[in-house]
Design a protein around this ligand. Structure first.
Ligand code: FCB
Length: 434
C-alpha cells in the first residue's frame, strides 16, 4: 500500500446520489420523481423496496457531513433532487428544497470538504415524465433552465458541477431494458432519449456559462474497457459494437460531433441540424465511473470472463486493469480534459458482527483499482481525484437495499451508521498520502 503515491492536491472523496440516500420523499414540498413512481409500482424493485426513507439523510445531513469529515476525505459528490427544488420540473421553485442544498453545501465547506454537485442522477420530476420525459426534446430546455438556476445558486461555492450521471443508464436501462425508471422497453426511444440527454447537457453548459457560473463544468459517464472473449470475428464485432454503444455513443458526440458506427449498430436518433454544435461544448472536466470491463462473447452460452468467480455481489467481474486500459485509450482517442474518477466501488455481502464489518474484498478492490489508476496517471492521464462509491450503504435502485456498496454500514432498522474496515483503511490511505 505504501507504494500508492498520488500527487499533492489529488482529491479523495466519497459519492452518493439524492434518491439513494435522502428519503423524505414527500416532505417540505418535494414533488414526485420517476423513481418514486417506478419503485412504488409492483414488481419493479427487489421486494418492492423504495427510496421513501433510504438513509434518512435529509434529516440527518449534519451528522452525515460529520461522518464524511471523519473519513479524512476532502471531497464529497452528491446529487440534487430536481423535484425537491422544482417540484414539477418547470414553473415554481421550492424554497425549502433549495435551502436544504444551501445548508448542505455550507456545512461541507465548514468542515473543509469540497462539494461536487451532480444535477441529474436519474430522478426526473414525474410531472415532466407526464409530458413525455426524456423522449421529448422540450425536456432538454427544462433541464437547461434548472441547471442555470442551480448553477447561479451554488456555483460560487462548489468545486465542480456535472450535468448528468451516466446517461447510458437513463437511456438504456430506463428506456430499452426497462430495468430502471421510467421502465420503458423501446430501443428506438432509448436512442432518442440518449440524444436528448446529450443535447440537454450541451444546453445546460451553455446556460450555466451564460449565467456566469464559476465552478468547473462537466459530465459524468460510465465507461469500461472491452475484451473480446476469443479472436473470432463474431466476438471482435460484438466487442466493437458494445464499446461503441457504451462508451463512444456519449464520447463521440461530445468530443467529435458525431455518433459512432460499428458492425450491427442500426438505430440512430432524429436530430436537428445544429445539435452536434450544441452538444460539443468544451468540458472543464470529465467524470468517469468505472466498475468492471465489458466482456464480449457471442457464443451461447457465453464464454465466462476469467475473473467471473471473484465477481462482486452485483455479479460484476473484478478487473482493475481495465481502469488503466480504459483511461489510456480514451485519453488517446479524445484528448481528455482533467478527469475525476467519480465512482468506483464494490458491493459485498457485508455482515455487521459485534460492531465490525470485515470487508477485506472491498479493500482489495479499491487498492487494486488505485494501482491501476496510478499506472494510467504515470502514462500521462491527468486525473485530479477519486471518489469511492459509496459513502454508505444505500438504495441500490432496482436492487433495493439488498446490495451494499458503502464504506459505512447502515442498519435500516435504526439508521445506525458503522464504519466498515474499508472506511478505516481508506482514511489511513488518505492520511499517509498527505
Ligand atoms: C452507478 C450509479 C450509482 C450506483 C452505482 C453502484 O451506475 O451511478 O448510483 O448505483 O452504479
Amino acid at each position: 500500500m505504501s507504494d500508492l503515491k498520488f500527487p499533492p492536491g489529488f482529491s479523495w472523496g466519497v459519492a452518493t446520489s439524492a434518491y439513494q440516500i435522502e428519503g423524505a420523499a414527500a416532505e417540505d414540498g418535494r414533488g414526485p420523481s420517476i423513481w418514486d413512481t417506478f419503485s412504488h409500482a409492483p414488481g419493479n424493485t427487489f421486494e418492492g423496496h423504495t427510496g421513501d426513507v433510504a438513509c434518512d439523510h435529509y434529516h440527518r445531513y449534519e451528522q452525515d457531513v460529520d461522518l464524511i469529515a471523519s473519513l479524512g476525505v476532502d471531497a464529497y459528490r452528491f446529487s440534487i433532487s430536481w423535484s425537491r427544488v422544482q417540484p414539477d420540473g418547470h414553473g415554481a421553485w421550492n424554497a425549502k428544497g433549495l435551502a436544504f442544498y444551501d445548508n448542505l453545501v455550507d456545512r461541507l465547506l465548514e468542515k473543509g470538504i469540497k462539494p461536487h454537485v451532480t444535477l441529474y442522477h436519474w430522478d426526473l420530476p414525474q410531472a415532466l415524465q407526464d409530458l413525455g420525459g426524456w423522449g421529448s426534446r422540450d425536456t432538454a430546455d427544462r433541464f437547461a433552465e434548472y441547471a442555470s438556476v442551480m448553477g447561479r445558486r451554488l456555483g460560487d461555492r462548489v468545486a465542480t458541477i456535472c450535468t448528468h450521471n451516466e446517461p447510458w443508464c437513463t437511456a438504456h436501462l430506463g428506456h430499452h431494458v426497462g430495468q430502471f425508471a421510467p421502465g420503458a422497453k423501446d430501443p428506438q426511444l432509448a436512442i432518442q432519449v440518449a440524444h436528448h440527454l446529450l443535447l440537454s447537457h450541451g444546453k445546460a453548459l451553455q446556460a450555466m456559462r451564460a449565467a456566469g457560473v464559476k465552478a468547473p463544468l462537466g459530465i459524468v459517464l460510465n465507461q469500461s474497457s472491452v475484451t473480446a472473449a476469443t479472436d473470432s470475428q463474431e466476438d471482435r464485432d460484438l466487442a466493437e459494437r458494445q464499446y461503441a454503444s457504451f462508451v463512444r455513443w456519449y464520447m463521440d458526440p461530445i468530443f467529435l460531433k458525431r455518433y459512432p458506427t460499428a458492425p450491427g449498430l442500426h438505430l440512430y436518433p432524429v436530430m436537428h441540424e445544429n445539435d452536434f454544435n450544441e452538444i460539443a461544448q468544451p468540458l472543464d472536466f470529465l467524470g468517469i465511473n468505472y466498475y468492471t470491463r465489458i466482456w464480449a462473447s457471442a457464443a451461447t452460452p457465453p464464454v465466462p470472463a476469467p475473473n467471473a468467480m471473484g465477481a462482486n455481489d452485483m455479479g460484476w467481474e473484478n478487473y482493475p486493469q481495465g481502469l488503466a486500459e480504459l483511461l489510456v485509450k480514451v485519453n488517446r482517442d479524445y484528448n481528455l480534459p482533467p478527469v475525476y474518477i467519480t465512482e468506483n466501488g464494490y458491493a459485498g455481502a457485508d455482515r455487521l458482527v459485534a460492531g465490525k464489518v470485515e470487508d477485506t474484498q472491498r479493500i482489495e478492490y479499491v487498492r487494486t483499482h488505485l494501482e491501476a489508476l496510478q499506472q494510467a496517471m504515470e502514462a500521462g492521464v491527468d486525473v485530479r481525484g477519486y471518489f469511492y462509491w459509496s459513502l454508505f450503504d444505500n438504495y441500490e435502485w432496482n436492487s433495493g437495499y439488498a446490495k451494499r456498496f458503502g464504506l459505512v454500514h447502515v442498519d435500516y432498522e435504526d439508521q445506525q451508521r458503522t464504519l466498515k474496515d474499508s472506511a478505516h483503511w481508506y482514511r489511513d490511505l488518505i492520511r499517509k498520502g498527505r
